[in-house]
Design a protein around this ligand. Structure first.
Ligand code: BES
Ligand code: ZN
Ligand code: ZN
Length: 496
């Protein structure tokens, strides 16, 4: 999909649909909407009077052959209350407009930004909104039921003076959204089309194309490095594990500056292992690599955005299978760090592979660690599919992430990791155990386990089990993989 900045006056644009947005206020016909109303001989004001045009969030008012405009259609999208309007609202409504029009076989649209809103941030939000909204999960349909997709979006309403800011926002938005879609595409792949080996090949290809350093560790190297926790998960099936290491180094690295480590869980399929999962809904466990895919997407974006800080991405990847060689409940494993682990439940495998991932990232020089993982069903109980669960050992670092999540329009909520929870993972016969003993707090227990391997380094854990997959389509996003946390992490790294 093409997005281009258009400087022609919007009334003269020959477009299939001119899209703009309306605030929910006493008089929604103000500013540019009032201009449009005059052009259209008072039609908008009468729609507002009749209650058909209210500005309520994501309300769609479609007008065909609007008078005074060259556009074939005028679409007015509700933006909600003006005081609550953010770039997050704009991202969503631009996406919802695109999906609304594409369902009506429109191929091209022009998005008109409102007065006082023509800046870099809005251009970025609109680009992100339309590009993520245009993503569909129909790759494997031989007959694409609706060969519907938007080819071109014109971005309009920016003056000549605002043009360079708009270009900047547009470029940044495009990089971020395309990286988010890159991650979503990986997450959507079924496990027979995306094994750890294939994921590593794709990561390598992405890194080489983006100009990032990349190393793929195979089973031999993983064994040499004594990544016993990762190996214990992969021993249950025939697919060998992989660890992807992708590194971004800034042009002029400052000595003593922080080095950010991004570690993502990439279990290409989680059957649960010998502690096998119920059949109902198990197909969804192909998305158990969402954390890893998201971190790879972050790296793809950083390669183009060129932050001033070094970032090391480590993605341990394996299947979790219940074969004859699989680990069994009660088995004791030695992680790369030397810590011994009682594996009381083989389905708590994400924390095992992250244990070695975190340790390795530290060994490679990462000073600040962030992991993302579809780690627990318990986070879905706590926060549903609304907020990402955030666990952090260093409050200033965590606050920085939470601020980035606000700026990026991704909902995240901090969870506790008090020392009291450490008891939950104390081992009986080994140092630690991989599950608690039925005391509740399942998401926290998972976090406490991972924390053991972060040591003294500032560390953040993102549990994205509830938010990485949309069970139902939203008006601005298809059903399926969301790519959540990518925008937040890109924003965080760029803020250094
Ligand atoms: N991949 C799952 C977590 C998960 C569950 C993601 C539901 C998405 C939706 C993880 O490996 C897992 O199985 N966790 C267990 C941990 C338990 C055994 C302590 C869980 O949450 O049930
Ligand atoms: Zn599991
Ligand atoms: Zn899992």
């Amino acid at each position: 999909m093409q997005i281009t900045l258009e400087s022609k006056p919007y009334a003269a644009l020959e477009t299939e649909a001119l899209v703009t947005y309306v605030f929910e206020e006493t008089d929604p016909v103000q500013g540019r909407i009032s201009e449009l109303d005059q052009t259209a001989n008072g039609l908008l004001r009468s729609l507002a009077k009749s209650g058909e045009l209210t500005g309520k969030t994501l309300e769609m008012t479609l007008i065909h052959a609007p008078a005074g405009l060259k556009a074939a259609r005028l679409l007015l999208v509700g933006a909600g209350k003006r005081e609550q309007f953010t770039s997050g609202t704009l991202r969503k409504l631009a996406g919802a407009a695109l999906r609304y029009l594409k369902a009506r076989s429109v191929k091209q649209l022009a998005f008109l930004v409102r007065e006082n809103n023509a800046n870099e941030e809005s251009a970025q939000a609109i680009a992100e909104g339309v590009l993520t909204a245009n993503f569909e999960t129909d790759k494997y349909k031989t007959e694409k039921k609706n060969d519907k997709s938007i080819d071109t979006v014109l971005l309009t309403g920016y003056s000549d003076a605002e043009r360079s800011a708009a270009e900047k926002g547009l470029t940044r938005g495009r990089i971020i959204a395309e990286s988010q879609n890159f991650a979503r595409d990986l997450i959507n792949e079924p496990s027979n089309k995306l094994t750890p080996k294939i994921l590593a090949e794709k990561a390598e290809a992405m890194a080489k194309q983006a100009g990032l350093a990349v190393e793929i560790l195979d089973e031999k190297k993983i064994t040499e490095l004594k990544m016993g926790a990762l190996l214990s998960v992969s021993q249950g099936g025939p697919e060998p594990p992989r660890v992807m290491v992708v590194t971004y180094t800034p042009p002029n690295p400052k000595p003593g500056a922080p080095v950010i480590g991004l570690i993502g869980k990439a279990v290409t399929f989680d059957t649960g292992g010998i502690s096998i999962k119920p059949a109902d809904g198990m197909e969804k466990m192909k998305y158990d690599m969402a954390g890893g895919a998201t971190m790879l997407g972050v790296m793809r974006a950083l390669a183009a955005l060129k932050p001033n800080v070094k970032v090391i991405c480590v993605v341990p990847s394996t299947e979790n299978m219940p074969g004859g060689t699989a680990q069994k409940p009660g088995d004791i494993q030695t992680a790369m760090s030397g810590k011994t682990i009682e594996v009381l439940n083989t389905d708590a495998e994400g924390r095992l592979i992250l244990a070695d991932g975190l340790h390795y990232a530290k060994q490679l020089g990462a000073t600040h660690l962030i992991d993302a993982a579809t780690l627990t069903g318990a986070i879905v109980v706590a926060l549903a599919n609304v907020n990402v669960g955030v666990f952090g050992s260093d409050q200033p670092f965590t606050d920085k992430l939470l601020a980035s999540s606000k700026a990026a329009g991704e909902k995240m909520w901090q969870m506790p990791i008090d020392d009291e929870y450490r008891e939950f993972i104390k081992g009986t016969v080994a140092d630690i155990q991989n599950i608690g003993s039925g005391k509740g707090g399942g998401a926290i227990t998972g976090a406490m386990f991972i924390k053991e391997f972060a040591g003294d380094s500032p560390w953040i854990h993102l549990d994205i089990a509830g938010t990485a997959w949309n069970d139902d389509a939203k008006s601005w996003l298809a059903k399926g993989p969301t790519g959540v946390a990518l925008r937040t992490l890109v924003h965080l790294v760029m803020s250094y």
